[in-house]
Design a protein around this ligand. Structure first.
Ligand code: FE2
Length: 332
C-alpha cells in the first residue's frame, strides 16, 4: 500500500456557525449545526455530528485500536500499527459495487494531528464526547467557547499499585470522582488485607467495582493492566458504542454488571452475523473476522481482554489462525 504524506489544511471559520472546514489528503470534512459532510474524489457521505465526534475522540484516544474503527457503516479507519487507512465505503458492499469506495493510507502521527485539529475546532465547552449523552451537553448548533480541558484523556501510567502510597492514578478512590448515579445502590465492600511482618505498605487490594463505578467516561478504559502482550481493560458503558469495532484478532468480553446488547456483522460486507445479549457474569469471544457494536441500556461494567502480540493481525489475515479462539488455540 502507498503511504500518502498529507497535512491537515483548515479553512477560515464560516461566517454563520463559526466552524472551520478541513482537507486532509483527498478527504474533506465540513460540519453544520447537525451533521458532518465528508467528501472524497468519487463520493460523499453525511453523518450525525454527535456520532462522528464521539467516534473521533475515541479513535484518537485509543491510538486507532486493534483493526478497524467504523464511525458508521461507511466511514472509518484501519490501524496498520505505524500507518492508518482512512476509508469511505471500502467495507460496504453497496459502495464497492457502485465503485464510489475510497481509501488512503497515512503515517499514524499525521492522522492523529488531523483528527485532533478537527476535534479542537468542532467541540465546544459544555460538550464532552467521552461522557454518556445524559451526562453532557450537545454538540449541535453554532460554535461555542473553546474547551480548555483535554478533549482526550490520555492514559496515565500508575506509579504504584492502585491504592498504595504514591499512587497518582486520577481515578483512585481518593480522586474525588463520585460513584456514578447508576451504581449508587451497589455495596462496595473493601477487601481485608493481612500483611506478613516486614511487608507493610507493599501489599494492597481494592474493590475493582468501586473503582469502575467512579469512571466519568463511557466506552473508554477506566483501568488498563498490561502484562507483556496481555491487555486487560475495564470500562463503564452507557448508551451505545458510537463506533463499530472491526476485529483483526479475537477479543474477549466479561460482563461484570448489568447488560450489553451486541450487534455483530461480517467485517467486510456488514452483513448481519448475530446478536448477543450479555448479562452479568457472561463471557464471550468476538471472532477475528467480524465487526461489532454494543448498546448498554443503563450504565454497565465490562472487562475486555486483548492479545497485543505484534504479528497477530497478519497471522489471522493470512488464514494461518482461524478466526475463532478455540480453533486458534488448537492451531497454535
Ligand atoms: Fe471491540
Amino acid at each position: 500500500m502507498d503511504t500518502k504524506v498529507a497535512e491537515i489544511i483548515a479553512s477560515q471559520p464560516d461566517s454563520v456557525l463559526g466552524f472551520r472546514s478541513f482537507k486532509f489528503g483527498n478527504f474533506e470534512f465540513k460540519r453544520d449545526a447537525y451533521f458532518v459532510h465528508i467528501s472524497w474524489p468519487k463520493g460523499s457521505h453525511t453523518m450525525e455530528i454527535d456520532r462522528f465526534l464521539r467516534s473521533l475522540v475515541r479513535d484518537i484516544g485509543w491510538g486507532f485500536f486493534y483493526g478497524w474503527i467504523f464511525f458508521d457503516d461507511v466511514f472509518g479507519t484501519q490501524n496498520h500499527y505505524g500507518t492508518v487507512d482512512i476509508f469511505a465505503g471500502t467495507y460496504s458492499k453497496a459502495h464497492r459495487d457502485s465503485e464510489i469506495d475510497y481509501l488512503e493510507t497515512y503515517p499514524t502521527e499525521a492522522v492523529i494531528k488531523a483528527f485532533e485539529a478537527i476535534a479542537n475546532d468542532w467541540i465546544s465547552e459544555g460538550y464532552d464526547p467521552l461522557r454518556a449523552p445524559l451526562e453532557t451537553g450537545s454538540p449541535m448548533g453554532a460554535k461555542g467557547a473553546t474547551r480548555t480541558d483535554p478533549l482526550v484523556r490520555g492514559f496515565t501510567p500508575a506509579k504504584r499499585m492502585l491504592g498504595l502510597p504514591g499512587d497518582v492514578s486520577p481515578r483512585s478512590d481518593q480522586s474525588g470522582h463520585p460513584i456514578n448515579r447508576a451504581f449508587e445502590d451497589v455495596q462496595f465492600d473493601q477487601p481485608e488485607i493481612i500483611t506478613e511482618p516486614g511487608f507493610e505498605g507493599q501489599l494492597h487490594a481494592f474493590n475493582l467495582y468501586d473503582h469502575i463505578a467512579r469512571s466519568d467516561v463511557t466506552w473508554n478504559p477506566s483501568v488498563t493492566a498490561v502484562t507483556d502482550a496481555s491487555i486487560c481493560c475495564v470500562t463503564s458503558e452507557e448508551h451505545m458504542l458510537p463506533c463499530i469495532h472491526g476485529n483483526d484478532r479475537n477479543e474477549w468480553f466479561i460482563q461484570l454488571s448489568d447488560e450489553i446488547h451486541w450487534r455483530i456483522a461480517d467485517k467486510n460486507t456488514g452483513m448481519p452475523r448475530g446478536r448477543i445479549i450479555m448479562r452479568s457474569g457472561d463471557v464471550c469471544a468476538m471472532p477475528a473476522d467480524i465487526r461489532h457494536q454494543g448498546f448498554s441500556p443503563k450504565r454497565s461494567m465490562l472487562m475486555v481482554m486483548e492479545n497485543g502480540t505484534p504479528d497477530l493481525a497478519e497471522r489471522y489475515a493470512s488464514g494461518e489462525l482461524k478466526p475463532y479462539p478455540v480453533e486458534a488455540l488448537e492451531n497454535a
